[in-house]
Design a protein around this ligand. Structure first.
Ligand SMILES: Cc1cc2nc3c(=O)[nH]c(=O)nc-3n(C[C@H](O)[C@H](O)[C@H](O)COP(=O)(O)OP(=O)(O)OC[C@H]3O[C@@H](n4cnc5c(N)ncnc54)[C@H](O)[C@@H]3O)c2cc1C
Length: 405
């Protein structure tokens, strides 16, 4: 359809385009840019950091006892130095400056990738809509990284991916299912509360769920303490964690305000002086599409140390698999199986096996559901991103020196 007024399309020509500006995407983009690769990062939100940003508010975790180095450490040290309270706006500003003022790196905020052109099994360009400027941005690049969590670029480019939980027999995973399914870990809206020095009332919205007593919370501790964020408020693992996001968000908000009503108004929770500080309206996602590379990381790798000739990053968070029933599941919300030692993650988990110039980093790498439940934490995602950006820089170096790529 011909538009009465032309909508501007800005064309960018770069070597490397990263879609998604969570911790993984940021690290991919910064790593490549610092190696002299002309890079662009497209992020659909107004802030960087994904689930770590002020919009979702999860802490960056990694391998307990073996803190990650590299860019993740750089972000953490800067934050420790400048953000002593701590405060999410300061954290957002640190992530913003790491990207925005990085040489060789163009950043597009509020820009959502919505189209890709492919040719002979390669992505030629992607296009995003920037809502603040009502402008299309078309990005032509040699290499692309899908760091969008939900794998938008895999969907648009035809890269293979999978959703759901494998059978035990596929990779010999004792923690997998007898019958495969499309269930995932669920989505969450985080609540934050704070203690004040005088009593505070809370009147719940009429549409909040009602949780009359503590029996409404089997195996869900809701004692008020500084770091309580009610992460176990989780729905959607037995729905489609992409298509049903808006519906799941509504369900989560009804539960979030219902939980706070329970704490304030139903039984003694020592909450008289506590007030609700913040509720996330953007649900954080744990799992959706997982891209397929030349290797699929699995339970054996996670618990066996993951010894690969092409190891590019390490994980070590427990197998922290959340029940797809989430908050409606009466049993414990998650598993906690601790690997004996950090495990290696190979480069083969970071590129598509059927789209030649597509890499991925973050929670959408090539991993089984069980392995993802460990490697999905953000410091691990950051090291995967740094590895992906470094791989592109190495490939570009090889391309310019030998033209074989
Ligand atoms: C409630 C909850 C609690 C968690 N707790 C922890 C924890 O304590 N510690 C921890 O380390 N991890 C935790 N995790 C896991 C962790 O947050 C995720 O696995 C991690 O954020 C994945 O990183 P990512 O960079 O791949 O994705 P994300 O953090 O989701 O970032 C992806 C970014 O890409 C953007 N994007 C998506 N589509 C597009 C598009 N079309 N165009 C442009 N941009 C796009 C998104 O807006 C987002 O900002 C938790 C997750 C949840 C949901």
């Amino acid at each position: 359809m011909k538009r009465p007024f032309p909508v501007e399309t800005i064309v960018h020509k770069v070597s490397f385009c990263v879609v998604g500006g969570g911790i993984a995407g940021m690290c991919a983009a910064i790593a490549a840019a610092r190696k002299g690769i002309k890079t662009l990062i497209m992020q659909e939100r107004p802030v960087f950091g994904g689930n770590a940003s002020s919009e979702v508010r999860m802490w960056v975790c990694g391998t307990p006892g073996f803190p990650e180095t590299g860019l993740v450490e750089e972000f953490r040290l800067e934050n420790l130095y400048r953000n002593t309270y701590p405060n999410y706006s300061v954290w957002d500003s640190i992530l913003f400056e790491k990207v925005r003022f990085q040489e060789n790196l163009i950043s597009l905020l509020n820009c959502s990738c919505q189209d890709a052109v492919t040719e002979n099994g390669r992505i030629r360009s992607v296009t995003g809509w920037q809502s603040t400027t009502q402008t299309f941005h078309k990005v032509e690049a040699d290499y692309f990284a899908d760091c969008s969590g939900d794998s938008i670029l895999a969907l648009l480019s035809g890269a293979e991916f999978r959703i759901g939980r494998e059978t035990k027999s596929e990779f010999g995973e004792s923690l997998a299912q007898d019958v495969p399914d499309r269930k995932t870990m669920g989505l969450s809206c985080i609540l934050q509360a704070r203690e004040t020095d005088s009593p505070r009332k809370f009147i719940p919205p009429a549409w909040a769920y009602c949780y009359p007593d503590d029996a409404s919370f089997p195996a869900r501790g809701h004692k008020l303490e500084k770091l309580q964020n009610f992460w176990w408020l989780e729905f959607g693992g037995d729905q489609d964690s992409i298509r049903d996001t808006e519906e799941i968000r509504d369900d989560l908000l009804k539960a979030a305000f219902g939980i706070w009503d329970h704490i304030k108004n139903r039984g003694d929770h020592g909450a008289d002086n506590w007030e609700l500080d913040w509720v996330g309206f953007l649900p954080g996602k744990r799992e959706s599409r997982r891209c397929i590379g030349d290797h699929i990381l699995n339970q054996q790798d996670v618990l066996g140390g993951g010894h690969f000739p092409d190891t590019v990053a390490y994980g070590g968070w427990p197998i922290d698999d959340h029940h797809p029933g989430g908050f409606r599941h009466d049993g414990p919300p998650n598993t906690n199986i601790i690997p004996e030692r950090p495990y290696g993650i190979p480069a083969r988990c970071l590129y598509s096996r059927n789209v030649e110039n597509l890499l991925f980093a973050g929670r959408n790498i090539s991993a089984s559901h069980t392995a993802l439940s460990s490697c999905r934490v953000m410091a691990t995602c950051g090291t995967l991103g740094q590895a992906a950006g470094t791989i592109v820089a190495a490939a570009r170096g090889a391309a310019t020196s030998s033209t074989l790529i």
